[in-house]
Design a protein around this ligand. Structure first.
Ligand SMILES: [Zn+2]
Length: 465
């Protein structure tokens, strides 16, 4: 079925290329057909379970290798560890300009099937959405990137810069077996690249208003483990202080600890740009956020928005809890993990020290599980201007915003090597759909696949002028 559709698309495109011989770009893809194809592709792709841990991304890497082969494109698959895959392919241009990398990750976070309305790994398509774990993060992004890659090949589009398709393992656990491994071991394959686009930003729809959010910077993860210890014993003989009671007390203190609110220059720029869309009273506040946050009512409302809250402070999310695995056994050890995210310029050691002070219990030991420095890419680049041009054409009057991502992606591995890396997918997401990422009933609108493909396609055109 897929093959016949492809043949159809090829026929449509070759028809176009006959008609528009004089244009540098031979044809305009049939976007309705692209939406249908991308939806089916994503539905299949979601069915490959790449829950990390353990990942098993090799199967996903091979899936893309096969898809690319059907387009007549050769891909390389690497195995960073048994079962962990990375897929790489390159569409050649004339070399007049330096390559653009389209990066996505192959792994997904776990999904608890019973919490979902649909099977998270069945690739269900209903009511205009593809449902499934990874539908947005990051398999939908991959589907869009692949469609653009394939369309350029099918239509024989002339490129000045090579286009690189890169899918990596392990992003959800920090990327050390994926992007980190690839950059350490095969950087020669992408050393000539100038730009990179990946997940994170895109078209954001808030209260029905759109903005093009381009993530140029990210907060840094600082994942922390708390290990509490105390006397072991029988549950029938409660002890005044144990590893578990210590841990509960420590976590309670951390929950009541309010980190300082700080407006960094990048965050202020973001809100200044968003202000252009707001009514005068709110716009005034967005233009001087630091001052506005001294007003208790505004501050309360502003910080109640989890996305905004995360942009102006170091955040702490308790996530993992482990104590005894038996009701009547008091364990000697208990542990918790905190997903903390730090603002640019923060010192992780100092942050841990501040938590240790809050807890002030020598029997609770703190260690950092994952941390890397926050890196930013400049906003004054050809890539940024190209996104702005596409946005102005596609969505006149809509703000194009250099944004700071509250989470993190694999971008830092590439930024570290001097490749300008932005979080921008071209896919439009509402806040409602955005909340489903890493949550339940994650879903990608089919229209998002269509528009995302179109915007990314136009962006590649813009960058190859
Ligand atoms: Zn992701």
């Amino acid at each position: 079925m897929r093959l016949s559709k492809r043949v159809f698309l090829l026929l449509v495109s070759s028809l176009f290329s006959c008609v528009v011989l004089t244009s540098a770009w031979p044809a305009e893809p049939d976007w309705a057909a692209v939406e249908k194809e991308a939806g089916e592709l994503l539905s299949h792709y979601v069915q490959i379970d790449t829950t990390n841990p353990p990942g098993n991304e090799l199967s996903a890497a091979n899936f893309w290798k096969q898809q690319l082969a059907q387009e007549g494109l050769e891909a390389q698959v690497f195995e960073s560890q048994t079962g962990r895959g990375v897929v790489y392919a390159r569409l050649k241009g004339t070399g007049e300009k330096k390559p653009l990398i389209l990066l996505h990750h192959l792994d997904v976070v776990p999904a608890v099937k019973t919490d979902w309305e649909v099977d998270p790994f069945a690739g269900i398509v209903k009511d205009g959405y593809v449902y499934g774990r990874g539908a947005i993060d990051c398999k939908g992004v991959a589907a869009v990137q692949f469609m653009v890659f394939a369309l350029l090949k099918r239509l024989g589009m002339p490129l000045k810069r090579d286009l690189i398709f890169l899918g990596t393992a392990d992003e959800e656990e920090g990327g050390r077996q994926g992007a980190g491994w690839f950059v350490d071991n095969h950087f020669d394959l992408i050393a000539d690249a100038e730009f990179l686009l990946t997940e994170g930003g895109g078209i954001r729809v808030r209260d029905g208003k759109r903005s093009y959010d381009i993530d140029i910077a990210e907060k840094a993860p600082c994942w922390i483990q708390l290990d509490a210890s105390g006397p072991a014993g029988h549950g029938s003989r409660p002890l005044p202080e144990t590893a578990v009671t210590r841990l509960i007390r420590a976590l309670d203190k951390i929950l009541h600890y309010e980190t300082e609110v700080k407006v960094t220059p990048a965050v202020q720029t973001y809100f200044t740009t968003l202000a252009t869309q707001e009514a005068p009273a709110k716009a005034k506040r967005f233009r001087d956020l630091k001052r506005a946050l001294t007003d208790p009512t505004f501050r309360k409302d502003f910080l109640a928005n989890p996305t905004y809250n995360a942009l102006v402070r170091n955040t702490i999310s308790p996530t993992v809890l482990e104590g005894s695995n038996k009701t009547n056994v008091i364990p000697a050890h208990a542990r918790a993990q905190l997903d903390c995210r730090l603002l640019p310029g923060e010192d992780p050691q100092q942050f841990v020290a501040s938590l240790e002070k809050v807890v002030s219990d020598p029997e609770v030991h703190f260690s950092i599980l994952l941390n890397f420095p926050p890196l930013a890419s400049a906003a004054d680049t050809e890539l940024f201007r190209a996104i702005r041009s596409v946005a102005e054409r596609h969505d006149p009057q809509v703000p194009v915003v250099p944004a700071v991502l509250g989470g993190f992606t694999d971008s830092h591995y590439f930024r570290r090597k001097g490749i300008v890396s932005y979080g921008f997918t071209g896919i439009a997401l509402t806040e409602e759909d955005g909340r489903r990422v890493h949550g339940t009933n994650e879903r990608m609108p089919l229209t998002g696949l269509r528009e995302g493909s179109q915007i990314l396609f136009e962006l590649v055109q813009e960058l190859n002028k």
